[in-house]
Design a protein around this ligand. Structure first.
Ligand SMILES: [Zn+2]
Length: 241
């Protein structure tokens, strides 16, 4: 089955676990895509790059220009920084990146704190979809929901589909979910909410294609719904220009 992937890291990484170096450059990544029949993917920088997000955003833009048919470039910005809004504008207007990845644990911020109002206002104004890492603590879907209430125009993709994301999906039509690291059961439950808002995600290079594809394959959903998750929903959301 043809695949589109909503969650891929690209470029240099800082030190990670002793057993893994997540650094991956674009030619190698595209070779990996070819191996697993991945036609297009959302790509963004690695988490562990210290204060080098702008530099990494440059690399994402350069890669997306090299493979415009394969890559949808998202940027990363640390919302705590004084120049966060400047970088948002630069990544959208100068680099042509079309979305934002936020990881409230890595960037260590509480998304609903009033300090970040201006930041989210700007994201909303620029029309950038956000892929939120979701999990515990600062990354809980409940906090993301508060952002959605304030900025109803934001398109949000909740990463790593977990049970908590299902309520949010039910409440807000502009919420999508992405499947990296989930379980087949959650995909089945999400399909009951809306099979048009589930996107396949791999979290390459932290997870691997064989396992991430197998999770979706193992879910007991109709073949038609699987095609939507693996391919069609992504293509609709990220229409090619
Ligand atoms: Zn990731």
């Amino acid at each position: 089955m043809k695949i589109c992937d909503a969650h891929v890291h690209l470029g240099k990484s800082g030190p990670w676990q002793p057993y893994q170096d997540p650094t991956i450059y674009v030619d190698d990544l595209v070779r990996l895509f070819d191996k697993y029949d991945v036609e297009r993917a959302v790509v963004f920088p690695n988490p562990n790059v210290g204060d080098k997000y702008p530099e990494m955003n440059d690399y994402i833009a350069e890669s997306a220009r090299k493979y415009p048919k394969r890559l949808v470039g998202f940027g990363r910005v640390d919302p705590r920084r004084g120049d966060a809004i400047e970088e948002l504008t630069r990544m959208k207007n100068d680099l042509g990146l079309t979305g934002l990845k936020l990881h409230p644990m890595v960037e260590c911020f509480r998304p609903d704190h009033p300090f970040f109002n201006r930041f989210f206002q700007e994201v909303s104004k620029l029309g950038l979809p956000i892929l939120f890492h979701t999990g515990d603590g600062f990354s809980s879907p409940a906090l993301v929901t508060k952002i959605a209430e304030k900025y109803p125009k934001l398109l949000i993709i909740l990463g790593h589909l977990k049970e908590g994301a299902l309520n949010t999906m039910e409440q807000f039509e502009n919420f999508y979910v992405e499947t990296s690291g989930t379980l087949p059961d959650f995909i089945e439950l999400a399909t009951d909410v809306d099979e048009d808002r589930i996107l396949f995600g791999s979290d390459i290079p932290y997870y691997r294609y064989p396992t991430q594809i197998a999770i979706v394959e193992a879910s007991r959903i109709a073949q038609k719904a699987k095609r939507k998750v693996f391919y069609e929903n992504f293509q609709k959301l990220f229409t090619q220009k």
